[in-house]
Design a protein around this ligand. Structure first.
Ligand SMILES: [Zn+2]
Length: 442
C-alpha cells in the first residue's frame, strides 16, 4: 500500500490548490488519496529543508478523521515523524507548531465553509506554507517525485497547554457577562474549558462539536449566522456576544445592544491597546478595511500599513515588519507582541473583552441609513437591516451602514465579476445621492 504513490504521479483537481490553503468538496474534488499525496509532497519539501517532524490536527467535520489518517500515512511513508495533536481548532494546531519540537504543522479543516468542504492549512518552520509552496507541492505530486522512508507516529495532546496559554494573557479587571457561539465548530471543547477559567458569567451556544452544523453555518462574518447570538445577548442581558467560525481563526462580535462589530471596528479597539504600550507600532490591516481604521491608527500614534487580503500574506508581512497587531475584515486577528503572530480568534476574545465598549452617537449618519432602508423597503428589495442595510441582488450584495466609531458611513459590495461590482456600486451611489450625500469615490 505504502508504495502505491511512489514513482507515480497524483494529479490534484486544479481548483483545490488555492493561494492560502488547499480546499475542496469532499467526494467531488478532494478525497483520501489527495490527503495522502499532500502528506507525501509536504514531506519532500520539509525534508529538503532539513525538517523531520510535523504536527497534525483536524477539525470537527465528518470527513476530517479519514483525511487525517490518510495525511498521516503519506507523511510517515515519506520518512517524516508525525505528532498527532487530535481534534481542535486551527489555532491549537498553530500553537502545537510553535511550541512543540516540530518543523511544521498541518491542519485538516474546511474553516467557515459548508459541511461538505474540507481542506488543509499548513505551516513550515513557523511560517505560512502558501502560494508558490502549494503550487510546488502540486508539481511534486503530479511527477510522483516523492521520497521514501518510515517515520514514527505518536500522539501528543496540547489541548490543556493551549487553553492555559489563552488564559495566561487575560487581564480583565471587571467580570463580564458574555454569550459565546461556537457554531458546533472545532472550538467547542476549548471554549468550555476556557470559559470555565474566566471570571464573569458565560452563556455557551452550540458548543457541541458537530460536523453537520445543525444550528447555523459556522461563519460569523454573515449577519444571519449571528442572529442566535444576538438573541442570547438580549435575553441574558450580556455585555457582549462572541462567535467563532468552524475552526476558530475568525471572530464575530456583537456589542451589548446586539450590534455587529466588524473586523475593522474590533481592530480600532485592539490597536488602541497595543499603541498605548508601543507608540509608533506598525499595525497591519487588509485592503478591505475601511479608511477609518487606517486614519484611527495614525491618529492614535501608530503606523498603519495596508496589505493584501489573505491570512498567509498578512502573517508573512507581520513577521517581516515586526508588527505587533494585524487584522482582516473577515475577522482574522493576529497578535505578534505577546502571542505567536498567528490568527487565533479565541485569543482575540480573551484579550479584547474588557475593551468592548461603544459610545452610541446620534447624528445624521443614522438618519441616512433610515432613509435608505425606507426607500429600499418601498422598492421591495431583498434586504437585511440587522445592521445598516445589506441588499442582495443578482450580482451579489452591497452594504451601507453607519460606523459606530466615527461619523462616517461604510459601504461595501461584493459581486462575481467586475461588471456586477460596477452595478452594485452604482446602486450605493444612487442611494447616497438620493439622501443628499456626496457619493464616495470607489
Ligand atoms: Zn477559519
Amino acid at each position: 500500500m505504502a508504495e502505491m504513490l511512489t514513482g507515480q504521479g497524483h494529479t490534484f483537481n486544479p481548483t483545490i490548490l488555492r493561494e492560502y490553503d488547499i480546499r475542496g468538496v469532499v467526494g467531488k474534488t478532494l478525497g483520501a488519496v489527495d490527503a495522502r499525496a499532500i502528506g507525501r509532497g509536504f514531506a519532500r519539501i520539509l525534508r529538503e529543508g532539513g525538517g523531520r517532524r510535523v504536527a497534525v490536527a483536524y477539525d470537527g467535520r465528518l470527513s476530517s478523521p479519514e483525511l487525517e489518517s490518510a495525511l498521516v500515512g503519506g507523511l510517515a511513508e515519506s520518512g517524516v515523524e508525525v505528532v498527532r495533536v487530535g481534534l481542535g481548532p486551527t489555532p491549537m494546531l498553530y500553537f502545537a507548531a510553535f511550541t512543540l519540537d516540530v518543523d511544521g504543522g498541518i491542519m485538516i479543516t474546511g474553516s467557515h465553509n459548508p459541511a461538505d468542504y474540507n481542506g488543509f492549512k499548513m505551516v513550515i518552520q513557523k511560517k505560512s506554507f502558501f502560494g508558490p509552496d502549494i503550487q510546488r507541492l502540486g508539481k511534486i505530486a503530479a511527477a510522483g517525485d516523492f521520497v521514501a522512508g518510515a517515520g514514527a507516529v505518536t500522539v501528543h495532546s496540547v489541548f490543556d497547554a493551549y487553553v492555559a496559554r489563552l488564559l495566561q494573557d487575560y487581564d480583565g479587571a471587571r467580570p463580564l457577562k458574555i454569550a459565546w457561539d461556537a457554531g458546533n465548530g472545532a472550538t467547542g471543547d476549548a471554549l468550555v474549558k476556557l470559559t470555565a477559567g474566566l471570571p464573569g458569567e458565560h452563556i455557551l451556544l452550540n458548543q457541541t462539536i458537530d460536523g453537520t452544523f445543525p444550528a447555523h453555518h459556522p461563519d460569523p462574518t454573515e449577519p444571519k449566522n449571528l442572529v442566535q447570538l444576538q438573541a442570547a445577548v438580549a435575553e441574558h442581558r450580556c455585555d457582549l456576544g462572541i462567535a467563532f467560525d468552524g475552526d476558530g481563526d475568525r471572530i464575530g462580535v456583537v456589542d451589548g445592544k446586539g450590534r455587529i462589530l466588524w473586523g475593522d471596528q474590533l481592530m480600532v479597539l485592539l490597536a488602541e491597546d497595543v499603541i498605548k504600550t508601543r507608540p509608533g507600532a506598525t499595525i497591519i490591516a487588509d485592503v478591505k478595511a475601511s479608511q477609518v481604521l487606517f486614519d484611527e491608527i495614525a491618529r492614535m500614534g501608530g503606523t498603519p500599513l495596508m496589505w493584501r487580503t489573505g491570512h498567509s500574506l498578512i502573517k508573512t508581512k507581520m513577521a517581516e515588519t515586526g508588527a505587533p497587531l494585524a487584522g482582516e475584515m473577515s475577522g482574522h486577528i493576529f497578535f505578534g507582541d505577546r502571542y505567536y503572530g498567528y490568527d487565533d480568534a479565541l485569543y482575540a476574545a480573551v484579550v479584547n473583552t474588557p475593551e468592548l465598549r461603544f459610545p452610541c452617537s446620534d447624528t445624521r449618519k443614522f438618519a441616512v441609513i433610515d432613509e435608505v432602508r425606507d426607500r429600499l423597503r418601498k422598492d421591495g428589495a431583498d434586504m437585511s437591516d440587522i445592521d445598516g442595510v445589506r441588499v442582495r441582488t443578482r450580482d451579489g450584495w452591497w452594504l451601507l451602514r453607519a460606523s459606530n466609531t466615527q461619523d462616517v458611513l461604510v459601504a461595501r459590495a461584493e459581486a462575481g465579476d467586475q461588471a456586477g461590482l460596477g452595478r452594485l456600486k452604482a446602486l450605493i451611489v444612487a442611494q447616497l445621492a438620493a439622501s443628499g450625500m456626496t457619493p464616495p469615490s470607489f
